[in-house]
Design a protein around this ligand. Structure first.
Ligand code: AMP
Length: 401
């Protein structure tokens, strides 16, 4: 299937081709027509499948089309030819009279600020010729720049639950005209304790709306949450987790703790031109690894929950811009990191939960690219290694260091 077959409006398809996308991913092929048809979605898909574009593209399209419709107002009978809807330029901006303040028409709720920033970037990319405005609100940073933007008016709001509820309570966010509600990474929301916040939010938004619900896994509390917020949804499921890792070349190194640093440095030196994400189990460990690398003359950045938002954004931009080829992260901080050129993932520590292995290595080998994943395990970890292997469902190379 091609993007043309999905009937994407010109300003959006132009932006998509500038991104270099040639064909829609499976979730995009399935979700875009469903959103266009006005139906709710119950989507089982993880990050890396092209899920963000699967909801961003049709939402942008519907909102952009709405900006081109003549507004049917109470005085529409009086609308003479001299009062036709204002002309808009290629970016959809009005000419002439100052425009009325925009109302939020789409709300995207996501668990972390990194994910919010990333979704925001997608709306910037795909929506750049639509003239639609979007912004993010999330905690851990000053509120004023966010409220300034909200007061100027936005069409699309990307938010984490806590800050959104705060701002709503202060009267800074008006959701009365919202028609699209996206709940992204619902299972992550559950893990992070946001379900109560979500239920509270759902009571604040219009009942008549289109809701797109996405989760990588569907544990019982998530299914029950979805029942309360979806109306006759279409179920969409793309590649179960284990099959998304087929393009990743995976190796498990059996290495004892004191030797891990030496192995890490060796791997990084052998792959100097590759961008690498290293997973550490703890924040302290992440800082430690970063220090060891500095001593070995390898530049790296570390991100975890103890870093300020400014430090995290700086680290992300250094990494994305290629100034540092190596990023060390904890699982929570790495959630939502999207670097298209990420060539390698190193699990310096094994994850606590086996499923996390798939999430971690899924940071490389995205959208059809090949990637490599190295995992350090000790001889004592052989049971976990077995579980990983059965989850992945294919042989993983094993080496002794
Ligand atoms: P997501 O699952 O939304 O995190 O997207 C994963 C990655 O796939 C991101 O880097 C997107 O930019 C990229 N992507 C999304 N849609 C396409 C597409 N149709 N073709 C190629 N890459 C894509």
């Amino acid at each position: 299937m091609t993007f043309e077959e999905l009937n994407i409006a010109e300003p959006i398809s132009r932006a998509i081709s500038e991104k270099g996308y040639t064909e829609p991913t499976p979730i995009q092929q399935q979700a875009i027509p469903v959103v266009n048809a006005g139906r709710d979605i119950f989507g089982i898909a993880q990050t890396g499948t092209g899920k963000t574009a699967a909801f961003a593209i049709p939402i942008l399209q519907k909102l952009w089309e709405a900006t081109r419709q003549p507004v049917a107002s109470e005085n529409s009978e009086e609308q003479s030819t001299s009062e036709r809807p204002k002309r808009k330029d290629r970016r959809g901006r009005n000419h002439g009279k100052p425009e009325a303040k925009r109302a939020i028409k789409a709300l995207i709720l996501t668990p972390t600020r990194e994910l919010a920033a990333q979704i925001d970037e997608c709306f910037t990319d795909y929506g750049k010729y639509t003239g639609l405005r979007h912004t993010t609100v999330f905690g851990g940073v000053k509120q004023k720049p966010q409220t300034d933007k909200l007061r100027r008016g936005v069409d699309i709001l990307i938010a984490t639950p806590g800050r959104l509820l705060d701002l709503h309570g202060q009267g800074e966010v008006d959701l009365d005209e919202m028609i699209f509600f996206v709940l992204d990474e619902a299972d992550r929301m559950l893990d992070m304790g946001f379900i109560g916040d979500i239920r509270r939010l759902v009571r604040l938004i219009p009942e008549k709306r289109q809701t797109l619900f996405f989760s990588a896994t569907m544990p019982a509390p998530i299914v029950s949450l979805s029942r309360g917020i979806l109306t006759d949804p279409v179920r969409i499921e793309v590649s179960p987790e284990s099959s998304t890792v087929d393009t990743i070349d995976q190796t498990i190194f059996f290495v004892e703790k004191p030797e891990k640093k030496a192995l890490l440095i060796k791997l990084l030196k052998e792959n100097e031109d590759t961008s690498v994400l290293i997973f550490s189990r703890t924040k302290h460990g992440a800082d430690n690894i970063s220090k060891i690398l500095t001593k070995a003359g390898i530049q790296s950045v570390a991100i975890h929950g103890d870093k300020s938002q400014g430090q995290r954004l700086k680290a992300m931009s250094d990494f994305k811009g290629g100034h540092a080829k190596v990023m060390v992260a904890t699982d929570i901080a790495a959630r939502g990191i999207d670097i298209r050129e990420l060539g390698m993932v190193i699990n310096f520590d094994l994850p606590d939960v086996v499923e996390t292995y798939v999430h971690r290595i899924g940071r490389t080998g995205r959208a059809g690219r090949t990637g490599r994943a190295y995992t350090f395990a000790s001889q004592d970890d052989h049971m976990i290694v077995k579980e990983i292997q059965s989850l992945v469902g294919r042989p993983i190379k094993m080496e002794l260091f």
